[in-house]
Design a protein around this ligand. Structure first.
Ligand code: CTP
Ligand code: CA
Length: 226
């Protein structure tokens, strides 16, 4: 079994999790987003709470039921998510960034509904801040975990994120495989650590995967005295 039979307690640990997509508004009634369901992040939040952690869930819009017993911070845009995370970083031991943050946002948000015209419409997009990279740059002895969704060159791309964003672990998903990634209940993940270890996990439910991720995080936190 990949998961411990009796999971270690996370009592006293302050865990901040981001989940779901972000929405980047075009005008008052339209937005750019992605297919993230939020299931993975919510599963981690529930399991961390069961293990005794003090959990904060910064969540983009999802159709999921909010888990009870945790501090929920609803956000819409990447910029709002960034602010919610950075404001709470000081009081956090573990950061888990399961959210699918929109990489780009419309450069201008129209104050009124954009009306259709006779010609094509061109939307100019600008880059959103990379929240995980910002957190990684000032992580101190916190445990910081990111996700990587890839359709090709999984290990190479995920390794770049692991070192480039200065995080402790990347949960890498090949989203081109059936039963992995967005909007399904299972995942096929590889866990990449800073020492070069790559743990290949079998296809498993997101709830079960949440447990394995938290097992590994607990080990990392113990090593850092967090
Ligand atoms: N992430 C973030 N802020 C962003 C973009 C991504 O915090 N603006 C985080 C995600 O929450 C995830 C990790 O970075 O934990 C990797 O996200 P992913 O989309 O796979 O990688 P990117 O760095 O955005 O690169 P690309 O989409 O081009 O693969
Ligand atoms: Ca991205």
């Amino acid at each position: 079994a990949v998961a411990a039979l009796t999971p270690k307690s996370m009592a006293g640990r302050r865990v901040l999790i981001t989940a779901g997509p972000t929405r980047e508004e075009i005008d008052p009634i339209r937005y750019i987003s992605n297919y993230s369901s939020g299931k993975m992040g919510y599963a981690i939040a529930r399991e961390a709470r069961l293990r005794g952690a003090q959990v904060t869930l910064v969540t983009g819009p999802t159709a999921l039921t909010l888990p009870c017993g945790i501090d929920v911070v609803p956000v819409n845009s990447a910029e709002e998510m960034r602010r919610a995370v950075l404001e709470r970083l000081e009081r956090t031991d573990v950061v888990i960034k399961a959210a699918a943050v929109a990489d780009y946002r419309p450069k201008v948000r129209a104050a009124a509904k954009v009306k259709k015209g006779a010609s094509e419409l061109v939307l100019e997009l600008e880059k959103n801040p990379d929240i995980l990279a910002e957190v990684g740059a000032m992580k101190g002895d916190r445990v910081v975990v990111g996700f990587a969704a890839e359709t090709h060159d999984l290990i190479a791309n995920a390794t770049k994120k692991l070192t480039g964003k200065n995080v402790d672990m990347i949960v890498a998903n090949d989203v081109s495989q059936e039963g992995a990634g967005f909007n399904v209940d299972t995942n096929i993940a590889k866990l990449l650590l800073r020492d070069g270890t790559v743990e290949e996990l079998p296809k498993m439910g997101k709830d079960e995967l949440a447990g394995v991720i938290l097992d590994r995080i607990t080990t990392l936190a113990e090593a850092k005295g967090r």
